[in-house]
Design a protein around this ligand. Sequence first.
Ligand code: ADP
Ligand code: MG
Ligand code: MG
Length: 209
Amino acid sequence: MPATPHLIPSVIQGAASAIQSHAEEVSALDQAIGDGDHVVNLQRGLEALSQQAESLAALDWPAALQKIGMTLMASVGGASGSLYGTLFIAMGKAMKDREMNLANLAEAFGRGVEAMKARGKADRGEKTMLDVLIPVADVLKSAAEHAIAPGQLAEEVSRAAEAGMESTRDMLATKGRASFLGERAIGHVDAGARSSQLMISAIAEVVAE
Ligand code: ADP
Ligand code: MG
Ligand code: MG
């Protein structure tokens, strides 16, 4: 686990290329049960972060996470923008005066996800990106309690993200635009769950290297 945010540019790059290479698929998911703009929203945010990548890498972790959150809040728009913004701003707060290690990362990510749940008044089982983020937070927490090799952690994170993403397929949506569709949303994976799974798996790969 790096002590400084020098990994940030490659993390941003990894997330951006994961979305880029699945853009049509994720757009189709948001078209099916949302309004179709999810990829464009995310790409706006990832492009804004790419432009700041070098300056983010020069900050300490709390400041970098805070700035990432502010940038996403301002650039992404849509439901996902304020939720991702909230996630990173809360992570930045939780990392204040703490060194970067797995235990502190796990706690900060857990707090970020809690802040997101509060912001969106949503929880697991409502067919959103929380169905990916909550199980990933659980994996990080249990990995921090047991000594685990970085490669194995990346694998477990990816596996949890994928299972969470798949779990949204048969859910009824109770939050976000898909909730307007009632039973018609069943059978479709949630776009935000798919995009967060893609980005998390890409980031896990970068960090494990
Ligand atoms: P919008 O729905 O405003 O067009 P996006 O398309 O960018 O915004 O993002 C939609 C995604 O946001 C959904 O697929 C879902 O995963 C997530 N989402 C929507 N509402 C919530 C919520 N209350 N809590 C958590 N995630 C949510
Ligand atoms: Mg949308
Ligand atoms: Mg929209």
